[in-house]
Each structure stands twice: as structure tokens, then as C-alpha cells.
Write a protein of this length. Structure first.
Length: 254
């Protein structure tokens, strides 16, 4: 696995890769777990080369505390990326990625304003801007996004279409624990006691109840509910427990 630390270095490597090779790209903010591993495994299966990026993108955090406490585990991440036979690990820094001081940004004016966008102002501007930058640097054949962040996946897919990008954007099934809780880097911030109580979130959210009933049950179980909302045949949720945020979504089948 080759570790690449600057955009310029990556762009030079990219130029040396023959057009006959396909590249599968998995962008992450690190603290890798089985969800990321499943994206990498799919990228590996469908492409000749894989690229993983780790960059905790400051512009997508609307809450400075969330940014400060975002879990970091670079040594573990490097070991895991190597074990998964990643070809290139891209680890850029803030100055390299934002030479413009974030004066240029990508704005979407519809889907990014509801659900996550409503509760996290500026979040999707940060996400779309970093994803576009990473796609322009790595120029992958395919890029892989977890469906836990379903709204992000659709926004990125639509952005790729809107800007005529050559990369195919692929959504991958959410990886869950035995209680159906989606794997997330933020789960590592819970104490053991909190984490046990947090298992009630998927139990209640995946129950066959109305959004109002789910909200009431979650509140009874000690969650602060930001939204439980049906949108385009999916049900979306965002809650907080002990100040730590969790999201989920599920297709509405009946
Ligand atoms: O889903 C994430 O981890 C991030 O939003 C992403 C896509 C890596 C952009 O920073």
C-alpha cells in the first residue's frame, strides 16, 4: 500500500495509471470499522485498483465540539487498510485541500435543505465540496458511499451527474450490529453504559409504528429526537443520546 500525502503527489500518480485500469475509491474520515471495510471489499471486487482517503473534513461540521471529538485512530486505520489490500491511502491535510480557504464551495438548493441539511446548516456544502475535490484529485472509475448517509449518497450521485463527472457513484448497504444499530465512527464516543441504552434506537426505529409514535417511544427511552420523517418512500431518523448524534434510514416497504 502506498501512502500519499498531497494532492499534487496523488495527481502525478494518477497520471501514471493506465486507462485500462479501473479505480475504486472509498472516501472516509477515518476511524475505520466494518462498514468502511465492506465498501473497500466491494471496491476491490469491482476494480483493479483501490484508493482509500482519510480526511476529517472541517467544513462539514456545523458543531465545533463534534469536530473536536471526532474519533481518530490513524495507526489502526493504516493496519486495516493494508489488511484489506488497499493500493493507495490518500491522507491529505487541510492546507493542501483548502488552498482557497474554502472560498469556493458547492451548493445544492433543494434536497440539501431538508432532513440533515435542516438540522446541520452548511453540512452538505462541506460534504459536496470535499467530495468533488477528492473526485477531481483521484479521478476514480467508481466511488463507494454507505447508505447509512442516504441523503449524502443521493446528493453526491446527483452532483456527479450535474457536473458531468466520469465517476460512477455507488451506494452500499448499511452495515449494522446484531441489534440493527448502524455502524458509525461516532458510536465509539459512547460509554459502555450509554452504548447499551443506544441499542433501543434501532429497536424502536425499525418497529412498525408511525413517525409520531416512534418519536414518543424514543423520547421515553431518553433520546433527544431531531426528526423522524418519511420522504420519497424512505423513513429517516436523527436522534441524540448523551449529546452524541445518530442517524439511520430505512426503505418503507408497506
Ligand atoms: O461519509 C463520510 O465519511 C464523509 O461525509 C465523506 C464522504 C468522507 C466526506 O468527508
Amino acid at each position: 500500500m502506498q501512502i500519499v500525502k498531497t494532492a499534487e503527489e496523488f495527481k502525478a500518480i494518477r497520471k501514471s495509471i493506465a486507462d485500462t485500469q479501473s479505480i475504486g475509491f472509498v472516501p472516509t474520515m477515518g476511524n475505520l470499522h466494518d462498514g468502511h471495510a465492506s465498501l473497500l471489499a466491494k471496491a476491490k471486487l469491482e476494480n483493479t485498483l483501490t484508493v482509500l482517503s482519510i480526511f476529517i473534513n472541517p467544513t462539514q461540521f456545523n458543531n465545533p465540539e463534534d469536530f473536536k471529538h471526532y474519533p481518530k485512530s490513524l495507526d489502526h486505520d493504516i493496519t486495516l487498510a493494508e489488511a484489506l489490500n488497499t493500493d493507495y491511502l490518500f491522507l491529505p491535510n487541510n492546507r493542501d485541500i483548502y488552498p482557497d480557504n474554502y472560498n469556493y464551495k458547492i451548493t445544492e438548493s433543494e434536497l440539501s435543505r431538508i432532513l440533515e441539511g435542516k438540522f446541520r446548516p452548511g453540512h452538505f456544502e462541506g460534504v459536496l465540496t470535499i467530495v468533488l475535490k477528492l473526485l477531481l484529485i483521484t479521478k476514480p472509475t467508481r466511488a463507494y458511499f454507505g447508505e447509512k448517509d442516504y441523503q449524502q449518497f443521493i446528493l453526491v450521485k446527483n452532483m456527479a451527474q450535474a457536473f458531468f463527472l466520469d465517476t460512477q457513484i455507488i451506494g452500499c448497504e448499511t452495515i449494522r450490529n446484531e441489534n440493527k444499530l448502524p455502524l458509525s465512527s461516532r458510536n465509539n464516543r459512547f460509554t459502555a453504559e450509554q452504548f447499551e441504552k443506544v441499542q433501543n434506537f434501532p429497536k424502536i426505529f425499525h418497529d412498525n409504528l408511525s413517525p409520531e409514535e416512534i418519536t414518543a417511544e424514543l423520547m421515553k427511552a431518553g433520546f433527544e429526537v431531531e426528526y423522524i420523517q418519511d420522504y420519497h418512500s424512505r423513513r429517516f431518523a436523527a436522534v441524540k443520546f448523551g449529546g452524541i448524534r445518530l442517524i439511520d434510514n430505512v426503505e418503507i416497504t408497506s
